[in-house]
Design a protein. Sequence first.
Length: 270
Amino acid sequence: MLQIDRITKTFNPGTPNEVRALRGVSLDLPNGTFLVVIGTNGSGKSTLLNAVAGSFFVDTGTISIAGQKITNWPEHRRAKFIGRVFQDPFRGTAPTMSIAENLVLASRRGKPRGLALALSHRVKEDLKARVRPLNMGLEERLDNPIGSLSGGQRQALTLLMASWIKPELLLLDEHTAALDPKTADQVIRLTYEIIERDKLTTLMVTHSMQQAVNLGDRIVMMHKGQVLHDLQGSERARVRPEDLLGRFEAVRRREQLDGSVAEMLATSYV
């Protein structure tokens, strides 16, 4: 369903600040796949998600969703296929608009957005029914500005909005990283329920090894803009948080060794 073929991206090319963020990344996600992407800071995991979302154009390679080649599509055009939840709970919503107005906008993606007409009594009752399962009491606060909510409440609503009209692809960009542990657990449970219920094809970026092993059916570990490990099937089923941490530690030791060898070679010619 999502096909990524040998994409590359270099920021600030030809300058002292050049960063080769993606180096020939290829991934194929069939319908219903829940892929979790992990990696250290600078590994390319968020850059990969942003490349799919259309935050920038890749330098080379192609990206396709549901058979449509979207490589050169701007971000707003890709939005018809993609639902996204950001790390910042205050992105992805209109803070001065009410909860109800934000939800109606999400429910009418790709359609005319006449809010005065859309917010009928029947529509509000439907919104209450959709919000009630969040168990946050927000169904009685639909007229409140969404900007007045806590980060966890807002993130839960953003997740609901992103999946309201079943997207071809759901992107989760470290969407619990800014939340306290209790709220993060609540949002993660909601995430799992929605993805399982609607069988959504999902790409989730996280720093949490526990989330990586508890969620999803596939784990990709990135390093320096490349896919280092792609755990699927029985290998994915057996993996534990300490196994993933061990793989990170192996990379760190290898880089230390490579650095020591390079330094030794350099000094040997002094």
